[in-house]
Ligand binder design. Structure first.
Ligand code: NAD
Ligand code: TDX
Length: 324
């Protein structure tokens, strides 16, 4: 197949490209990316074909399959500049769906568990494909809208599309603005991890390779028109994650600081992954192994994160001042 990977220079998309070269070398990959602040040239394997283009522009060329990762992906940014999220995540997805409609291309849409809103800490429920949508931030609302567009194109035009909603990813090549890399890099500088609010918010962590293997399972085994939820039974509070990181750096587990909370901060996400497990997929990573390898990756690649970390920390400083 000729595969177009949108957002292939970002975190999950680039890991998908690397993984696909290992596990599905028979396919031909093109990356489409507009190289926003979130992209990194060094994420791309040598020799890969790249189209530098905004997904809001009409797509040309001939592709059998589009795997659509490109998005504005950071909640904190969506609180400062929501319209950028509406444009890329909604209009950009619609533009790619038009290509799929007119060219009869298979489409896989990468989405997030955040479309379902949040759960209370003591709620026994987890998200399933039939959980009603209830997004909280401009980011998650724009992802929810993009999911609705995919379903509308399946129903109205017969586009051959599937959707996956995954929980929080971690692993190599994740931008230093995100929680786990930010704290690892703080610790590499002998600085304390920074927890929003009380630190009791829960995220359901999955290693990026497990996510991408699930995406391939859905592309190959999934039913067109269906939605699949991807998660690795990895619920942990942010405080637990930070304590584990401190231990990995031989520090006092309680040596972190609380900073002003994110406005509208979702309390808990939790995925019931049985829809994807029914296709035969299982996660391979334990959180302990994944975190250890991720720490080692950041330790070994300071040139990859030095510049983007500086910019991200300047922005965080500004946000902390604004939020008081
Ligand atoms: P990322 O921010 O690391 O990468 C996004 C990539 O998209 C970047 O390379 C960027 O340059 C590109 N991009 C952004 N706007 C573009 C535009 N208008 N045109 C072309 N390219 C553009 O994001 P990520 O964490 O890798 O997330 C990838 C996808 O996975 C997103 O759709 C996100 O909603 C979804 N997702 C992420 C997570 C997570 O934990 N990170 C979890 C579930 C789902
Ligand atoms: O410094 C921090 N301290 C902190 O406590 C940062 C950056 C974050 N946090 C908290 C906020 C969240 O509860 O950690 C948790 C994770 O934060 P993020 O890495 O910003 O991720 P989140 O907002 O949960 O969203 C992520 O998962 C779902 C991705 O960024 C989204 O793209 C994906 O859809």
């Amino acid at each position: 197949m000729k595969i177009l990977v949108t957002g292939g220079a970002g975190f999950i998309g680039s890991n998908f490209v690397h993984r696909t070269l290992e596990t599905h070398p028979q396919h031909n990959i093109t990356v489409l990316d507009s190289f926003t602040y979130a992209a990194n040239e060094a994420n791309l394997p040598a020799g890969i074909e790249v189209v530098r283009q905004d997904i809001c522009q009409p797509l040309t060329g001939s592709f059998d399959l589009i795997v659509h990762f490109a998005a504005e992906s950071h909640n904190d940014n969506s609180l400062r500049d929501p319209l950028r999220f509406i444009k890329t995540n909604i209009e950009g997805t619609a533009q790619l769906l038009e290509y799929a409609r007119l060219n009869d291309a298979r489409f896989h849409h990468i989405s997030t568990d955040e479309v379902f809103g949040d759960l209370a800490l003591d709620d026994p429920a987890r998200f399933t494909p039939s959980t009603p949508y209830n997004p909280s931030s401009p980011y998650s609302a724009s992802k929810a809208a993009s999911d609705h567009l995919v379903r509308a194109y399946v129903r109205s035009f017969g586009v051959q599309a599937t959707i996956s909603n995954c929980s929080n990813n971690y692993g190599p090549r994740q931008h230093p603005e995100k929680f786990i890399p930010r704290q690892i890099i703080n610790l590499l500088h002998d600085e304390k991890p920074r927890l929003y609010g009380d630190g009791l918010n829960v995220r359901d962590w999955i290693h990026v390779d497990d996510h991408n293997d699930a995406v391939w399972t859905i592309i190959e085994q999934g039913e067109v028109g269906e939605t699949y939820l991807i998660g690795a039974n990895g619920e942990r509070s942010n405080k637990q994650v930070v304590e584990g990181l401190n231990v990995a750096f031989d520090r006092d587990p309680k040596d972190f600081v609380h900073v002003t909370d994110r406005p509208g901060h979702d309390r808990r996400y939790a995925i019931d992954p049985s829809s994807t497990e029914a296709l035969g997929w299982r996660p391979q990573y334990t959180f302990a192994r994944g975190l250890k390898e991720t720490i080692e990756w950041y330790r070994a690649n300071p040139q990859w994160w030095a510049d983007s970390r500086e910019v991200a920390e300047e922005t965080y400083l500004q946000v902390e001042k604004e939020l008081g």
